[in-house]
Structure formats: structure tokens, C-alpha cells
Design a protein around this ligand. Structure first.
Ligand code: FES
Ligand code: FES
Length: 1011
């Protein structure tokens, strides 16, 4: 049918199918700011304004939109100064989102801005609650909503004509001062979160408090809250993501997924599907080469078994692949799936990991091509096994006055990035296969897929555009092969994008684990031995099996080494069996096994402290690892590689505790029965809890990042990095480091990441390594370029060029200082960098000033944190309301407080779901209960507790700017801190998260007196 649509005041006449949704039509017309995040009206990424009111276009028929005014973000906020369409410039909302760091991946941003615009159009002076309500229809998995809410409030104030303090980019807005104890600080100190009628509401709340180091005071760009380098295009909804590009002749891929948890495919007949008009190809296991591989995006050799095929004649979980279809439209592809005739011979399904290694258990991997790694043993359904004994654990137990044992459980949960997995493949004019994909690991995709596709690496080019969130879910070579096989089969471009249901049934997730703890403690609170035994369910395939679960012990069991002589010789045991089951495979998820470990460790430690009547903070600090001590696991395990000793150089945990407890009011609240019951409602109890955590920063001797820096005619620089900014802001912090070294403002660094054809290798975005590893590579490359600039500047000056008159005495290279876009000689005269660049490129002894460098670290310096939580528990229903989360973090030097605090806020929010509501449950046939974002609840803007981030800077000596990791550590402590706060509030001991009302209610039924 033909319809007329008025979009952003342009008339369009389009031919559509009657059932076509408005989202599909808008994207076909090139309105790529309207995003696909689900198909059922839950995420809000597809929001547009229809006659000025927000509407989810994925559930609205295009035909219904005829006669209405449709508005998308493309209609507002051009940038005339950039020479684009002349309009009034960025909308104040867009300006505020950019300035306040409200954009991380930016996938939800156009929708957030649109719904906020609708709010401000009808209510120019909204309260924070009204803003949160308005944003609640747009899910954001990255930000924790704090900065978007503040951005809307700030824009509202600006639009009302109120005067508002300048923010990001204005150094005076983020000055260094001293607090009462004399510590150097940046950011708001006194009232970071309490809205005050005297203060403009947006004046300080987005800036974290940062306890800064004196050596960072002199820096110009590092340490400053610079707006993200990609923020403007994202807030404008520019076509920056993988699916925002549709070549001609595009085919759409769909996959037939298994309805059985475990079955052989005895027959498969695709002839009817192939005959359907509009179908270009149907591929089954009979049609493609049988190449075994691992989907885990990791360096070579993959530290895990090879146990996966693109398509197989056996299915191992509900959702496993059976066939691929490429067709002229998604609807035709869906129809074709129904015409594929498959005969399955069901096999007994293994759904309980505790049964996996039983001799009678069904065997999941019996294929002859299976390639073992280390101790994997498919005959016992064992994907990996870890046995680590540090010190003499049995002796440690014998020396203890008390032994404490406990069993803990953690569920399978989903990354739930709002942009689904998406890949677009096509042959280029040189017959090379281009894979444009939303991936965290472009170089691993190229290397790992080459044998699967039967192509040499050199015939594959992987382009990573902006990524709409990944959280580890895109550290998987998950769907690129589907599109690639279909492009090879048809010769045509193919787009494959997961539906939200596919994200739940066929993507990766966090490993669920059963964890047993045993701890020996002396009467004075000294830990003498600590043991963790883990049963980890990797699901049907062993991707990341060894390394995720290894990190559970490596990071969570390294924190408490004991005190006194035990500090020198801690006794720690970590045993893990990582088993196959017929559940969907687990994989990488932000935190990479560590949140599981800390749920057990920190719940267990809390119980010990309470049993022995020890102060929970002092007990923890007494036993925690300190600077100058050996990381106990560093000589025992290194992700399947040779371990090497590593000394902890910096640890700001004590200051984290001090700052965190002051911010949350620990001393006034902990063990205070009056505070606990101080509400007007007798059925409510308040509680406070803590967890201490450490993570890692990259994988030593393995993770490598490369960077190249090239000088342009105008003295600006191209920075090319293979590192992958998945919304974390890594492009920005890498550019800040380059700008700092090269003495230019951030705007003079043009960053590009990443494309396997022309950016240097980088292992990708995982293990919290980008700022540390890739950042060091950027600094090295920038320093080499700086030396070339100084050399040429000295030559020019000595030749009498540029300064007007010859200098009396020859200058040495070492005399030249580069700052403020200039190369200075000691008397204060200077050449501009543009003069140096033009001289180099055009005038004399011409050369391209350029350098490439790479970096590998010999250490993985851990960040540390103290996580505090405050809750209110309804003891009649078991409902837990988390009121406040405070996280004090030692992540080394903070390169950008806005992006770093955004990481902490977003991470705490994701971890909050892990604490109280997120889990993936399967029935006795292995079928998922959660298949959409309605059943799988992630936090909305109007459900959030107060969030506060405090950074305690330490100077990590192994990095040129002293940085450590920030991205993963906020995942680790929230769940146990909330669990400990619930215990404090009402005495309910919840050992398996999430802490659902039913569990609390049942626990209180068993011991009501504790409440
Ligand atoms: S894409 Fe429409 S609500 Fe998710
Ligand atoms: S910034 Fe909101 S989903 Fe990423």
C-alpha cells in the first residue's frame, strides 16, 4: 500500500506492506537515529514524537502514522559552525547531554533527548522526579541515568533563562582545592548529592569527588572533565552504528534456532524454503565447511577448548543454530524459516550442573573434531578445571581458632546492551570480505573467522563503528559468521541483527556458579586460610570457561591474604570445575567472573565479622592485601599462561573506606537500632552494608595495544587506535593522553577506532585494559612524534626560520618545549605547530611526522574499591528498596572524571540488577523464561537509588600517567553490599542472589525475631 508520511516537515510517499512498523519505514528512509533495541515496545530506543508526543515506533503501524507529524532527532541540532545545514545549532538538551557526560554508548541518546524535549515543551520547570518519569520509558544500560537526568534539569534551567555555571571544558568549574583534612580534591565536596534550593540543581552533581595527587595538578588535559569526542554525533543521532548503513542489494539474514536442549538433526530439508520467492540462500550444516573453533574473542592461542561449529548436525541448547536464511526482507526470511523441515532425534538433556560429571550424565560434546585445552575433558562434560593451592591451606585451617563454612549461589544474567548484536558483510571491489560489526574485538574477529570462512586473514577487513554497549557480550565472535557465510553463498551484502528474543536465547551471559567457602580465623580476626570451591556452568559451549572462572578466584580470593605472618605467606585454595550443560552458553560479562566471587567472599566475610563481633570494616582492612605485597595468585595462575610474580604497587583501599563511610554516614547508621527503625512505618527496617573489592587491569605479558599518531598540515593529529570504544569513553581518554603529550587541546586530536585495515592491532576492549594498555601505546607514539617536532623546530630555529630573526645561540632539541600548539625556545619565542607541520610536509627535507607504538604490560595493577549500600526492607513483604549506593574507588589517576564516574554509575546500576532482580531461569526442557525486557527487568530512570562516586587517586608507576582500570570494578561490590545491608536491616541471610522479596520473606519466616 502507498502512504504519505510527514517526517521532520518533509513529505514522503512510501510503498509499504500493511503490517509494516513505523520503525522499519523510518530506517528505510534513512532516519537512522531511530534505533532498534527490541520489537515489543520495552526499551524505548525507537522513540519518535508523533504530533509532539513520544511513541515507540517499533510497535506502531506505519500506516497509522499517515496524517500525523513525525519528529526524529534529525530535525533538531545541526552545527552551523561545522558547515552543515544552517539551523539554530544544538538544542539546549543536546548541549547539556554533551557537557554533562550524559552519553556513553549513545544508542539510547536520541530517544532520551526526544522524550525530554516533549517533557520540557509541556512542563518547562520539571522536578527531578518528573524528569525521571519522562526518561523511564527509555532504557539505558550504560549511564545509571544520573547524568541524563541532570542534563535535562540543566537544559530546562537554561531554557527558562536562568544563569547556570559553565561545566565541562571549563577548568574553573572543576578546580583543585583542599578538604577539611587537607587532601587535594576536585569536584564537589560538601553536598554532592543533596539537592539544595540555594544551589542551581545542576551545578555540581555530575562531578564526582576526586582526591587528586599533587603530580597531576600540572597537567592540562589529563584529569579534566572533557566532553566525549564522539558525543556530538551521537546526540545528533548520526548514522554511526553498524546497522546505520545499508548498501544496495542488501539481504536480511535470519537463523532457525533449536527448540530442543539436546538433539541430533537426523534430517533437514530446505528445498521449500529455497523455493520461496525472495529467498536468496538457505544454509544448513550440509552446505558449509565443518570447521571447529571457539567463539570466545581472545588472543591466540584461545585459552579454552575448540568445540563450536558455524552449523552442526547436533544441537546443544534451546536456541542453538539449525539453519541460516538470507532473503530480500526480514519478513520473507522469517517465512522461509518456517518452511525448513527438520527431523530431530531428541537426546537426554543435562540441565543441572551438579549432575554434569556423573558417569551416567549425557555427553554433550562427542564430536571427533573437539580440541582440548589444558584439562578440558568432554567425556566428563568438563570444559575446564582449575586447582590452585597457595601456601599450606590445611595447616592454615589447623592454626585457626574458628572455621567458617558457607555455600553461595549466583544466577545466569544477561549483558542486555540496548544495541543488539549486529553484523553487515559484503564483498568489496577487490573481492575482500568486509565485516562491519558491533564488536569489542575486531582483530580477533578477523583472525578467528578466517579459517571458519575458508579465507586468508588478508582477504577479510573488519570495521568497528560505534558500539551501542557491549559489556563483554560483544567479546564474542557470535554472529559475524552467519552474515559472512550468506554473503559468500550469495555474493550480496547481508545484514544480520539479533532480535531481543535472540539476545536472550542465543547470546552469551554471566556464568552461574555454586560456590563453597571455608575460612579459618583466629580470635583476633586474623584469617589463617581461605578456600573457595566453584562449580561453574558454561552451558553448551566452553567459550571463556577457563578464564572467566579463573578470574573468580584470581581477583576475589586475592583480596584477603590474612594478617601478621600470613601476609607474607597466605594460605589460599581455589578449585573450580567448569562444566558443560544444555543451557545457553555463558561467556564474558563485565567483571568477568569476579562479581560471582565477591558475592560469596563478601557475604561470607560479613557473616564471620558478625559472628566474631568484629567491626566489619576493620576486620576487612586488617586482612586485606597492602601495597608492596605479592599478588598471591600472580605466581599461581595467569589465564592458562605462565604465571609471573607481581607486587601490588598501589592500594588506596584505606582511604576508600574513610571517604566512603563518611559519605554514607556509616558511623551514625551501622549497628544503630534507632536509625534502623526510624521510619513512620513499623514494617520497614533500614540497613547499611559494605563490600570491599579488587579487580585487575589487563592481562600481563599478553594484552597488546597499538596506536599511531600522524601530524597534519595545520598542526592537528590523527590518532589511530585498534582499541574499541564501546561507549566507555576510551577514544576520549586516549585522545586526552595524546593531547597532553603533544601540547595541544583535545579538539586537535582526531581519533579513529577501529578498522583492521588501517588501525594498529589491539586485542580489543576487555579486561579493563584500554586506558592502561592502549593508553600507554598512545603515549609512546605521541612522545615519538613530539621528539620529531622538537628536532624539526630546533632545525628551523637554528636556520633562522619562523622567528623573524636568527637566534644568537644555537638551540638544542632539549631546549624546546611544546605547549599550547607551539614549540617554544627558552627566551619565550616560538614556532606554531602548524609552521612545523608545513615545514615538514612541504618545505625542506620533507617527511611525514608520524609514529606507531605498541604496549604490553608485565603487571596487571588492581584497582580497589569500597562499596557501600543503604537499604529499606519491608519485613511484611520482603521487598528490598535500595536507597543509596556510594562507591569509593582507587583506579589510579583519573584521566577524565566525567567518563570515569559515568562508568562507575552505570556499572553500579548494572550490578544493582544483579543484586535484586536480574536472573535467567529455564524450565525442565531447557527453555528460557526470560525472552524480553519486560520479563527481564533492568533498572529504569525512575527506580534508581541515589548514586555517589568518589575517586581516590594513587599513582600506578607502571603507566606514564599513573592510571589503573575503572570499567569493571563497579560490578563487583554492589550485590554483596546490598546483601549485607539486608542482613543489617532485618537479619535475613540471603546466600543466593538476586535478593528477591520472596527469599527475604522466607528467610524472615524462618527467623522472624532478627527483624
Ligand atoms: S525498539 Fe521499540 S521499544 Fe525497543
Ligand atoms: S548510553 Fe544509554 S544505552 Fe548506552
Amino acid at each position: 500500500m502507498e502512504i504519505r508520511l510527514e517526517i521532520n516537515q518533509f513529505q514522503h510517499v512510501v510503498n509499504i506492506n500493511p503490517g509494516e512498523k513505523l520503525l522499519t519505514v523510518l530506517r528505510c528512509l534513512g532516519y537512522y537515529s531511530v534505533k532498534h533495541g527490541c520489537e515489543s515496545g520495552e526499551c524505548g530506543a525507537c522513540a519518535v514524537l508523533l504530533d509532539g508526543r513520544p511513541l515507540n515506533s517499533c510497535v506502531f503501524l506505519a500506516a497509522q502514522a499517515e496524517g500525523h507529524l513525525i519528529q526524529t532527532i534529525e530535525s533538531i541540532g545541526q552545527r552551523p559552525e561545522k558547515g552543515w545545514k544552517v539551523t539554530s545549532g544544538l538544542h539546549p538538551l543536546q548541549e547539556a547531554f554533551v557537557e554533562l557526560g550524559a552519553i556513553q554508548c549513545g544508542y539510547c541518546t536520541p530517544a532520551q533527548v526526544l522524550v525530554a524535549k516533549e517533557l520540557l515543551d509541556r512542563n518547562p520547570n520539571p522536578s527531578e522526579a518528573e524528569v525521571r518519569d519522562a526518561l523511564s520509558g527509555v532504557l539505558c544500560r550504560c549511564t545509571g541515568y544520573l547524568k541524563p537526568v541532570q542534563a535535562v534539569l540543566r537544559a530546562a534551567a537554561l531554557m527558562r533563562g536562568e544563569s547556570i555555571e559553565p561545566l565541562a571544558g571549563d577548568q574553573s568549574a572543576f578546580p583543585i582545592g583542599e578538604d577539611q583534612s587537607g587532601d587535594l580534591i576536585r569536584g564537589d565536596v560538601t553536598q554532592p548529592h543533596a539537592p539544595s534550593p540555594q544551589l542551581p540543581v545542576t551545578s555540581t552533581r555530575v562531578f564526582p569527588k576526586v582526591l587528586v595527587l599533587p603530580q597531576t595538578e600540572r597537567l592540562h588535559t589529563v584529569g579534566k572533565p572533557e566532553p566525549k569526542v564522539d558525543a556530538i554525533k551521537l546526540v545528533q543521532g548520526k548514522p554511526a552504528f553498524a546497522a546505520d548503513f545499508e548498501p544496495r542489494n542488501l539481504l536480511y539474514a535470519r537463523v532457525l534456532h533449536s527448540p530442543y536442549a539436546h538433539a541430533c538433526i537426523t534430517q533437514i530439508n530446505a528445498s521449500k524454503a529455497r523455493q520461496l520467492t525472495g529467498v536468496a540462500a538457505v544454509l544448513t550444516w550440509q552446505d558449509i565447511p565443518r570447521v571447529v573453533y571457539s567463539t570466545a574473542g581472545q588472543s591466540d592461542p584461545i585459552p579454552g577448548p575448540l568445540d563450536t561449529f558455524s552449523l552442526d548436525n547436533k544441537v546443544r541448547f534451546v536456541g542453538d543454530r539449525v539453519a541460516f536464511v538470507a532473503a530480500e526482507s526480514e519478513a520473507i526470511a522469517e517465512q522461509a524459516l518456517k518452511l525448513i523441515e527438520v527431523t530431530y532425534a531428541p537426546l537426554p538433556a543435562l540441565l543441572d550442573p551438579r549432575q554434569a560429571m556423573h558417569p551416567d550424565a549425557p555427553r554433550i560434546h562427542d564430536e571427533p573434531e573437539y580440541v582440548n585445552f589444558a584439562d578440558s575433558d568432554p567425556s566428563r562434560n568438563l570444559a575446564a578445571e582449575i586447582r590452585i593451592d597457595i601456601g599450606d591451606v590445611e595447616r592454615g585451617f589447623a592454626e585457626a581458632d574458628y572455621i567458617f563454612e558457607g555455600e553461595y549461589q549466583v544466577p545466569k544474567v544477561q549483558q542486555a546492551h540496548i544495541e543488539p548484536h549486529v553484523a553487515l558483510t559484503y564483498w568489496d571491489e577487490d573481492d575482500r570480505l568486509v565485516i562491519r560489526t558491533s564488536t569489542q574485538v575486531p582483530f580477533h574477529v578477523r583472525r578467528q573467522l578466517a579459517p571458519v570462512l575458508g579465507l586468508p586473514v588478508k582477504r577479510i577487513r573488519v570495521i568497528k563503528p560505534r558500539i551501542g554497549g557491549g559489556f563483554g557480550g560483544k567479546q564474542e565472535v557470535l554472529i559475524e559468521d552467519v552474515a559472512a557465510h550468506l554473503t559468500i553463498a550469495t555474493g550480496r551484502p547481508v545484514l544480520y541483527e539479533y532480535s531481543r528474543e535472540e539476545e536472550f536465547i542465543a547470546a552469551r551471559s554471566r556464568h552461574p556458579m555454586l560456590i563453597r567457602m571455608k575460612t579459618g580465623v583466629k580470635k583476633d580476626g586474623t584469617i589463617t586460610a581461605n578456600e573457595m570451591r566453584v562449580l561453574s556452568d558454561t552451558g553448551a559451549y566452553g567459550c571463556h570457561a577457563l578464564t572467566v572462572t579463573g578470574n573468580t578466584g584470581h581477583k576475589a580470593m586475592a583480596l584477603y591474604v590474612g594478617d601478621g605472618p600470613y601476609r607474607q605467606k597466605p594460605n589460599i585454595r581455589f578449585y573450580a570445575d567448569i562444566v558443560y550443560t544444555n543451557h545457553p552458553p555463558a561467556g564474558a560479562y563485565r567483571g568477568y567472573g569476579v562479581p560471582q566471587g565477591y558475592w560469596a567472599v563478601e557475604r561470607h566475610i560479613e557473616k564471620i565479622a558478625r559472628k566474631l563481633n568484629l567491626d566489619p570494616l576493620e576486620f576487612r582492612l586488617k586482612n586485606a592485601i597492602r601495597p608492596g605485597e605479592l599478588h598471591p595468585f600472580s605466581t599461581a595462575w595467569s589465564e592458562g599462561r605462565e604465571p609471573r610474580p607481581e607486587i601490588i604497587a598501589t592500594n588506596g583501599l584505606e582511604q576508600c573506606v574513610q571517604q566512603g563511610k563518611a559519605a554514607i554516614g556509616w558511623d551514625q547508621k551501622y549497628a544503630n537500632p534507632e536509625w534502623r527503625r526510624a521510619t513512620r512505618k513499623p514494617y520497614l527496617r533500614r540497613g547499611i552494608g559494605v563490600a570491599m573489592v579488587m579487580q585487575g587491569t589487563a592481562i600481563p605479558y599478553l594484552d597488546m595495544g597499538g596506536a599511531s599518531v600522524k601530524m597534519n598540515d595545520d598542526g592537528s593529529f590523527n590518532l589511530l587506535v585498534g582499541a574499541t570504544d564501546l561507549g566507555t569513553g576510551s577514544d576520549t581518554v586516549l585522545a586526552q593522553m595524546a593531547a597532553e603529550v603533544l601540547g595541544v587541546p583535545l579538539e586537535d586530536i582526531v581519533v579513529y577506532s577501529s578498522d583492521t585495515d588501517f588501525t594498529p592491532f589491539d586485542k580489543g576492549a576487555y579486561a579493563s585494559s584500554t586506558t592502561y594498555i592502549s593508553g600507554a601505546a598512545v603515549v609512546k607514539a605521541a612522545q615519538q612524534v613530539l621528539e620529531r617536532i622538537k628536532l624539526r623546530a630546533a632545525q628551523m630555529i637554528n636556520a633562522g626560520l619562523g622567528l623573524g630573526q636568527k637566534i644568537d645561540q644555537e638551540v638544542e632539541v632539549g631546549d624546546i618545549q611544546v605547549a599550547e600548539r607551539r614549540a617554544f625556545v627558552p627566551d619565550g619565542r616560538y614556532l606554531t605547530l602548524e609552521m612545523v607541520a608545513r615545514h615538514a610536509l612541504h618545505q625542506q627535507d620533507q617527511e611525514q611526522i608520524m609514529a606507531v607504538a605498541s604496549h604490553v604490560s608485565s603487571v596487571a595493577p588492581p584497582p580497589f574499591a569500597a562499596q557501600f549500600a543503604e537499604v529499606t526492607v519491608d519485613i511484611e513483604t520482603g521487598q528490598v528498596m535500595v536507597d543509596n549506593l556510594v562507591m569509593a574507588v582507587d583506579s589510579g589517576v583519573i584521566v577524565n572524571p566525567l567518563t570515569a564516574s559515568g562508568q562507575i554509575e552505570g556499572g553500579m546500576t548494572q550490578a544493582l540488577g544483579y543484586a535484586v532482580c536480574e536472573e535467567m531461569v529455564y524450565d525442565d526442557k531447557g527453555r528460557a523464561r526470560e525472552r524480553n525486557l519486560r520479563d527481564y527487568h533492568i533498572f529504569q530512570a525512575n527506580e534508581m537509588p541515589q548514586l555517589e562516586t568518589i575517586f581516590i587517586e594513587t599513582y600506578e608507576p607502571s603507566h606514564p600517567f599513573g592510571v589503573k582500570a575503572v570499567a569493571e570494578i563497579p560490578m563487583d561490590g554492589v550485590a554483596p553490599a546490598v546483601g549485607n545491608a539486608v542482613l543489617d536491616a532485618c537479619g535475613a541471610q540471603i546466600d543466593d542472589n538476586p535478593i528477591l522479596p520472596e527469599k527475604v520473606w522466607r528467610a524472615l519466616k524462618l527467623s522472624p525475631e532478627s527483624a
